[in-house]
Write a protein that binds this ligand. Sequence first.
Ligand SMILES: [Zn+2]
Length: 277
Amino acid sequence: MVHFSNEEVFGWITKNQVPMLRFVKRVNETEISSLAMDVPMGKIEWQNKRLMEFVRKCISLFPPNAIERAFCKRIDFLPTAWFTRGSTPQKPNVTAVRQDAETEFSLPCGFATFMSKDPVNVYRQRIELYEFPDYLPPLVESVYLAYTFIHEFSHVIQKSSFYYKHYEENFLKDVVSNEPSHFLVIGGEKIDPRKWQEDFLERALKYPPITTYSGIYKDVDDHVRIHEYMADYMTTYIMGFAMNKDARTPENGFDDKPEMFQLIKNFIEAKAVIVAK
Ligand SMILES: [Zn+2]
């Protein structure tokens, strides 16, 4: 989930126009892969249909192994909304009425949720994206849409990495036996994704949070923190820069943490293999 007053980050995008324009050009020139075409679109309530194609291009920025591991039921394109006053990251509350918004920049942007009401695909995930209001400059809109979507899609890959495509059969079994349903193949070695995540968190805690957004989770419990930290590490790797308003230059997200670059690259590029039961 992306949740905080975005005003400062929007200003930071505008200030770093050259690398941001370079990034948007890279996305626009990306060919939509067949795996990206396979991710279903759900509700389509956006005025700007061009940006939906932009989202497909953002999926195509991920390597094929990562897209194959994502267990995404659908992406919903919902009308503009704002966080209300009193909404918190733990209890988000959104409104379609602009007058009830906390500020005009309190935009929810996107969420990734489990579709718990669907008995067949109970563990599949759904991504919700909210259309940006027309008072945002186009560059801010493109960069922030890419950031939001790549962050949410990273959540889907990451959560799928715990249980993979055998959710239905393996989810409960995994919880009870605490055995993984699949391994990630990294450097020819089969690794339990949950062990990998523990290692990731231990290392990530040695450094300041990689993005402004993940910094919100600095002092929360490990279970929540690991998801937001990982999603923004993955997003930084895919985008090629960290959305960090305190960064001197945008394109140095991993400069002070080179071990994390290799770690996250390995995770994103890993192939999943089912454990025979
Ligand atoms: Zn998140």
